[in-house]
Write a protein that binds this ligand. Structure first.
Ligand code: M6R
Length: 362
């Protein structure tokens, strides 16, 4: 049921404040502590290896920054189709974590079977609790996003990120990297997300106006730094899969190592950059784009837009959010840009050509 929305994707984007609040309620207490299943203890874990496909792999990529920066835990990521055949050595003290909306993705399931018996614990983060991946894990955490029908994953992505953020916080606690008060502060930031997401959703109309122009482009670049780099990859994937416009995500610092050659007045460059410690560096990349007449769309907070918005083709202002968890919020404008660009192009938003919701063959 589309509940009055034109597409499942629109409905699922709009559901995010509610499902994120549900997931947080499930895994945290009102007193500001975590409520994760018994076996989630990182005290003796030496490394975490995260494996997934597509959008779920970008959730892992964001989480790598969190495990490393918040918990000081070495974290590796890979796409399942590479991991399963590479035969990577795995430490018996490590955890392998598999992320999948459907829980049935063939490559991810094969990767899980490869890791089984080689690591201390096989953990999964899934949306379908009865799925093969959930059943074959030592421990499975449901993301509680509710049924996702649109082929383009939206609410599952932000719920995956939310659960992964909580796991990273638990790792930080278990490894003595944060105390209870710091944890409570982080949980409060996460609890503010649903309200901030409602604000982001209210930008749908200006985003649709920007998308009308994006729909005319042949190539679009997404740039981000730090944990916003995987968001750039996710923004590009979302856009290409439903609008069929060629889009690529890059780490901002990679711009001058190749992709800058593509920049001219016809190439929109979408920069996702909250005003964080690396903001100045991203701004200088943005200026390099503008100097070559690239059309920059800057997505930032009020301070970021005030400091760096001049000269940009368009800006979008999101509410303030501690930069560490900003990727969860910035996913929404990326989804809305893809959605409205696809609408402007008249493509089949919920069932894009050549794609299946669940990829059960390799
Ligand atoms: O069900 P899964 O999360 O394992 O699916 C993984 C990918 O196939 C999926 O995220 C795909 O990339 C989406 N269509 C992206 O929107």
């Amino acid at each position: 049921e589309k509940a009055g929305y034109k597409h499942f994707m629109a409905k699922e984007i709009a559901e995010q404040p509610v499902v994120i609040a549900d997931a947080l309620k499930h895994y945290t207490t009102a007193e500001g502590t975590l409520r994760l299943p018994e076996g989630v203890d990182f005290a003796n874990v030496d490394r975490i290896t995260m494996v997934a496909c597509g959008t779920a792999s970008y959730a892992c990529h964001v989480a790598k920054y969190w495990f490393e920066q918040i918990a000081g835990l070495p974290a590796e990521i890979d796409v399942a189709s590479e991991f399963r055949y590479r035969e990577p050595p795995l430490s018996p003290q490590s955890w392998a974590l598999f992320v999948s909306q459907s829980g049935e993705t063939a490559d991810t399931l094969a990767a899980l079977r490869y890791a089984s018996g080689k690591v201390a614990r096989v953990v999964s983060v899934v949306n379908v609790p009865t799925s093969s991946i959930a059943r074959e894990s030592d421990l499975s955490l449901p993301i509680l996003a509710g049924v996702e029908i649109g082929v383009a994953s939206t609410k599952a992505f932000t719920c995956q990120l939310t659960v992964l953020a909580l796991l990273a916080l638990k790792a930080a606690l278990d490894r003595g990297r944060i105390d209870a008060a710091t944890l409570a502060g982080h949980l409060q930031s996460l609890r503010n997300l649903p309200g901030l997401m409602n604000h982001a959703l209210s930008l749908s109309t200006p985003i649709a106006a920007i998308a009308d122009d994006l729909a005319k482009a042949q190539d679009i670049l997404f740039l981000g730094r730090g944990a916003m780099f995987p968001l750039a990859l996710e923004g590009a994937l979302k856009l290409k899969e439903i609008s069929y416009i060629h889009a690529e995500g890059y780490a901002s610092g990679e711009l001058k190592h190749g992709p800058i050659a593509l920049i001219d007045a016809a190439v929109p460059v979408i920069v996702m950059a909250p005003r964080d410690a690396l903001f100045e560096k991203t701004v200088s990349n943005m200026q390099e784009v503008m100097a070559r007449h690239g059309k920059v769309l800057l997505i930032s907070d009020a301070q970021g837009v005030a400091e760096a918005g001049a000269g940009a083709w368009r800006t979008l202002t999101l509410p303030d959010m501690p930069p560490v968890f900003a990727p969860i919020l910035y996913a929404l404008p990326a989804q809305l840009l893809a959605y409205h660009t696809a609408i402007a192009k008249g493509t089949d938003v919920d069932q894009p050509r050549n794609l299946a919701k669940s990829v059960t063959v390799e």
